[in-house]
Design a protein. Structure first.
Length: 211
């Protein structure tokens, strides 16, 4: 089984891999993804959309792309802070006018402990990373992105599958501009340098493939 996970970094537009993406058994996209007009690069199929349920993300990013999200039957919500409440999930779905056929929330799917462990390992990697450390405006540690969490949730849910990723800003030089339908730049509050190195190291170790 092959799973293609396509992020929203502009680097996905550098290579025409649409057919390769669409040939996967499961295609997962992130937040306010875009495929219209760029199918040769991104592919056209979407089986799952994985979204961040922070209220400001729903308001500022998901709502503009609600017409796209409403066509996706399955929604994943990898936990952006280690937990979320059912009413927050319901409110986010209502905000974008979508009632998916299946809603998979990481904290309720048997993967909560593994996802919490992932956060701690990510924070430890951030502390060990050479170079300046950055904190969020509220003084808290920088969180992994929804895309990062989605890749790991996919590996937990489908441990025998080959996970292929693209559009995660891994090209050199690092390009943090987005091409999705959110109309915003790369999210604040994320340690992109740590995340990028984690993905590159994981690819070398065979945890996922970069396409």
């Amino acid at each position: 089984m092959k799973i293609a996970i396509i992020g929203n970094s502009r680097d996905v537009l550098k290579h025409a891999k649409g057919e390769k993406v669409d040939s996967a058994n499961l295609v997962i996209r992130i937040n306010s993804f875009r495929t219209r007009g760029v199918e040769q690069f991104t592919g056209s199929r979407t089986d799952v959309v994985s979204i961040c349920l922070a209220p400001w993300v729903v308001a500022n990013a998901l709502t503009p792309a609600s017409h796209t999200l409403r066509m996706v039957p399955t929604v994943w919500t990898p936990s952006w802070r280690g937990h979320a409440e059912d009413h927050e999930v319901a409110a986010a779905m209502e905000a974008i006018g979508h009632k998916p056929d299946e809603l998979v929330f990481s904290d309720h799917s048997g993967d909560a402990e593994a996802m919490r462990d992932l956060y701690e390992r990510f924070f430890a990697a951030a502390e060990a990373r050479p170079g300046p450390k950055t904190m969020a405006e509220d003084g808290k540690r920088l969180l992994p992105t929804t895309g990062f969490l989605t890749v790991h949730l996919a590996r937990l849910r489908f441990p025998q599958a080959t996970v292929q990723i693209s559009g995660f800003g891994l090209d050199t030089p690092l390009d943090l501009e987005r091409f999705d339908e959110s109309g915003v730049s790369m999210w604040p509050g994320h340690d992109i340098a740590t995340e990028r190195q984690w993905f590159l190291d994981g690819a070398q170790e065979g945890e996922w493939e970069l396409i």
